[in-house]
Design a protein around this ligand. Structure first.
Ligand SMILES: [Zn+2]
Length: 132
């Protein structure tokens, strides 16, 4: 369990470093005026692409989440609230024209990186062709 929930978690840092090595430039913990209490883990504002790297514990991964034995009800509520919040965040972003992709911390790094790179590259091509 991580103490520094939601900020600079190890899996997120690993993904960020790999994307940077691929030449992608992004904003981290990106905030939007209509989303005050939440932020996007990795954002490409120009393309309106929002990437989240979800921790298996905090976001209730169906493969790896194991409820703590003490305060089980508290944790069940807490994780369910987090999941609801994630869904609300996704909805809000999509309503505002963002493309939202969530990855699990357990996802293979190369798969996550490949998907993000392809998403951003595709969006860049589209932007370029809009200009023509
Ligand atoms: Zn998992």
């Amino acid at each position: 369990m991580q103490a520094n929930r939601g900020r600079d978690t190890a899996p997120e840092m690993t993904v960020r470093r790999a994307l940077h090595a691929k030449g992608l430039r992004y904003r981290v913990q990106y905030r939007l005026p209509y989303m005050r209490r939440r932020s996007i883990d990795i954002a490409f504002p120009r393309h309106r692409i929002a990437i989240f790297i979800d921790g298996c514990f905090w976001h209730g991964c169906s493969e790896h989440y194991v409820s703590p034995i003490s305060n089980a009800n508290f944790w069940a509520d807490k994780i369910q609230n987090n999941k609801n919040r994630d869904q609300a965040t996704d909805r809000l972003l999509r309503e505002n024209g963002w493309i939202v992709r969530r990855f699990w911390e357990h996802d293979a790094l190369e798969d996550t990186v490949e998907k993000v790179v392809s998403l951003v590259t595709h969006a860049t091509t589209e932007l370029a062709s809009d200009v023509e």
